[in-house]
Design a protein around this ligand. Sequence first.
Ligand code: RFL
Ligand code: PHB
Length: 391
Amino acid sequence: MRTQVAIVGAGPSGLLLSHLLAAHDIESVVVETRSRAHVLGRVRAGILEHSSVELLTAHGLGQRLTEEGLRHRGIHLQWPGERHRLDFVELVGRGVWVYGQTEVTKDLVAARERAGQQLVYEVTDTEVHDVDTDRPYVTCVDADGVAQRIDAEAVVGCDGSFGPSRHAVPEAARRTWERTYPYAWLGVLADVAPSTDELIYAWHPDGFALHSMRSPTVSRLYLQVPQGERVEDWSDDRIWTALAARLGHGQDGWTLNPGPIREKSVLPMRSFVQSPMRYGRLFLAGDAAHIVPPTGAKGLNLAMADVALLAPALAALLLRKDGALADAYSATALRRVWRSTHFSWWMTTMLHHNGDPFDAELQLSQLRWVATSQAGARGLAENYAGLPLDW
Ligand code: RFL
Ligand code: PHB
């Protein structure tokens, strides 16, 4: 196969990149290890920043999002005895949307299939080659066991945290930073109406809890659990009891509605950044280059911001032989990556109990300041609702 851009990975970054490149009349082939059903079914992030919504809408992907997404002006931040609302729209003029990554993926796959995009699922043994030349290529074995070679003018690694692309940058040319956290999230998807109008981020001595949602009839909830926790040790009853204790704030008779749990899983928490995000004709985007813990709801939005930057850079490079934007891609993308890395680390360390009584008092002091000071609240709001794409 020959194409202009070979994209490894059909997550949100790979799918959106192929869509944005097509708007520049650039052809791409996307190879993906998982099946189409798996890609369409997996449950992950749920919050879209203001500028992610603008980007999707500007590229014809906003219809279902506008009809079915839930527009939120802010969040609730709480600790035992107190619940405070932060109104992002009032604070910084921008809100967020609740629209699951699963839905974003469905819209992207539908749009790419309508356009005749080549999406090759269930490949194995993906490798990228000759990225330090202007004729890079990708090899893999397709679902029928046939070896495939995709010759391209550029290769983009959109293959997430476990993909091979980032390892194709020679060790001497790359630098990585990593932070693991001593806790994880147990996430559940429940067929029950959310017990809240907007998301609740709760600090609690038993551990952090988050009440999110997917629709007026589906709730998404998370509990801080120790790293390495087994999902089998959490019965539905145990989950609802822990959620009710941590999310209850002891006021106004607020209660949590339990309901049938459809899905539960444990997510590890990690921060990771690899620099540079470009090596020769290999570009990295999304989780392939950086991972953030989910507390700031940034992972999906960062992936979209990367490809929003990369698509015009590839268009200039491949169509007009102008490499200026491609040369600037890594440094420009990494500015936002580090901002989101800091924000996600800050939210995570402010909200998760680590057993240290001194840290707990600092966290509560920080939370009180954020919830009651305009300056504190605006800082959180600006980062959470998201910085403009051209920031
Ligand atoms: P993705 O979505 O991981 O997509 C990468 C794709 O590459 C494929 N792949 C390969 N394809 C070909 N050859 C190979 N050798 C390949 N190796 C891997 C994978 O199958 C996959 O389809 O990365 P992308 O597109 O950069 O998008 C990033 C977002 O998905 C990610 O940032 C967020 O979902 C992170 N994240 C969450 N973020 C939040 O803000 N809130 C959340 O609640 C939240 N939950 C999650 C998450 C990430 C998770 N993962 C990756 C473990 C829950 C999970 C389980
Ligand atoms: C979600 O709805 O899955 C979600 C929302 C906010 C977060 C993380 C996950 O910070």
